[in-house]
Each structure stands twice: as C-alpha cells, then as structure tokens.
Write a protein that binds this ligand. Sequence first.
Ligand code: SF4
Length: 363
Amino acid sequence: MNDTEKNLIIMENRDQKTVLKGLTLPELKEYFANSVGQRFRGQQLFNWMYNHLATDFDEMSSVPKLLRNKLREETEIVTLKYVASEVSPFNGTKKYIFETNENLKIESVIIPDGKRTTLCISTQVGCPLDCKFCATGLMGYKKNLTSGEIFDQYMMTAKDYGEDRISNIVYMGMGEPLLNYAATLKSLKIFAEELTTSISLKKITISTAGIAPKIKELADTGMNVKIALSLHSCFEDIRTKIMPINQKYSLQENIDAVRYYAKKTDTRITFEYVMLKDINDRPEDIAALGRLCARIPSKINIIPFNSLKHMNPEGLSGELEPTPQHRIEEFAQKLRDKNITVMVRDTQGEDIAAACGQLAIKF
Ligand code: SF4
C-alpha cells in the first residue's frame, strides 16, 4: 500500500466498533496487519463481505472461530437497515427504503428494462444542489453516505432481488456523487477489485449535475466508469435557472470536463435531458444539442419530467410542466435526424415515486 492509499484510510467507528464495510482491499489488509498481525485476513474479509455478500461473521467459514468472535465484538460489517420495499405492478420497478445508523432514510431502486436490470443507488441523504425539477433537491441535504453505505445498497438489493439479476449500476439516486467524492471513489475501488461481485466498472455510470473539477479528477483515476452529465439545457442562463450549481461550475467548464473525460477514458458521455415544456424543448435547443454532440462522443438520454405535485413545491419547481409525449417524440426524432443517438426513457416507477428526480423520503 502506498502513502496515498494509507492516507485514504478513514475508519468509521460506531458504538466503539470499527466499521469494516466500505474499506478497500489495501485498507482491510492494513487493518488486519495492525490488529492481529495477519495481513492475509484482509483478503479473506474482503472476499466474504464483497464477493459472498456475507452479513454475519458465522458465514465466514475460512476465518477461525476465535477471530470471528473477536470481530463480532470489535467490528461491524453491515451499515444499513432494511425498512421497506415496494414493487410497481405495472413494470416491476422495485423501490427499497433503508435506514442509516443516524435513523436517516435513503432509497435505492431496481429498474428492469428488457435484457438489462439497473440498480440506482444514492450517495447522499437528500441533496444540496436544489435542481428545480428534482424531488430530492426539495428535501435539502442531510449527510454524505459512507462508502460502506453506498456498497450496502448493492449488497442488500442483490441479496433480496438476486445478484445475477442486476446487470448495471447507476449512481443516480439521492444526492450528487461527486460532492461525496471520497466515498464514491472508495465504493468504485471495491467494485473494481477482481473478486467483487459480477458487476464490472464498465457497467457502472456516475451521474453528475456537473462538478467539473471532480469529473476531471475521476478521469485521472483510471476507474473508467461511464459518466452521465445532467445537461438539461445548452444555454448558460436557462441551465442556471433550473440548476443553480451552474453558477459555480458553468456549462462551458462542464463541457470541457466531459470532453476531457471522454478522451482520457475512451468512453462515450451520456447527456441527461429532462424535458420541460417551453423551457428546453424549443427548436433552438435541438440546434444547440446538435452542435454539442458533434463535438463530443456522446448520446442523449431524454427523460420525461415527472410531476412534483405530491411534494407541493413553491417557486419554479411548482411551475414546471412536462413536455407532452408527442412533442418529446418529435424532439427525439429531430435529433436522430442529425445522426445523434437518442434514448427516450420510460417514466418507469412513476406510480411508486421512484422515477428519476423523484427520490425523496417523506420525513
Ligand atoms: S437532480 Fe441530482 S444533483 Fe440535482 S438536486 Fe436532484 S439529486 Fe441533487
């Protein structure tokens, strides 16, 4: 383990217990070297926690009983508590609610879609960014999730739903992953280890509202996950209106950052585009998207806007209206006519308030 990795060791302690879940392989090896003088036990614990998804020390048959007892007394390997789940009778979308140690609730969603089944996970409780079309933004920010809490959303849903049925993961639930960069990166490092699960980094997408310096930093880590930029407008003034973070990191900075990311990682960028009536669905928006996609290897993911009425929002959030479905289809076709790859996302899960931008627990 090099000095940089040593510096990344952040041991979470809960009720005097060290939380092992969320530690990377080098961190676990270091922990066991220091605590019992057996570095190789770190590899075993890594394997049991992240590959076999063990939730109890008694499952760890290759670990001696005495050590298991000591670990039970001194450490923890599960960070979240299951609260509830709900399945949409229309399309099978399944929403899970989990609780953190601080009794804060988060949501994860499984979205079956033909051959693919995507798990959407959260990185923060709430979100500080206040995007006007997003229910999570209306909640405000509560806390950053730990790397263990991020991974445990996978562990708990995989155990319930079937590990081999989850093919993709998107960091697109509650929160902005790149504002919780350290924990997000640590969770990716866990997924990146060969032993971990059946999910490869190529099947993981980080969705960001646009934290330009962190997009570049992530590009330099060599993680090579996919990036989805929540674009929603090609015009600085409109983007600032619907996404206040644009004042801090402008659209131009983010375009530069994703261009850097695409080049460095040889991946295609996804531009997320929620369709807001008379705001970003005009002919000039089609022209601007055409110019943008000509400059960056990319595709556009069009998202029908989901109503926020169930939250009784004030201000612009309460005024936003969805673009009608037939106009969404026309918009998408005009982009395809420009040889742009365009997907129009179903509003899967809308009936259980689990669609994009609707993840918000009622506290
Ligand atoms: S869209 Fe994403 S970044 Fe914006 S408020 Fe919602 S959760 Fe936060």
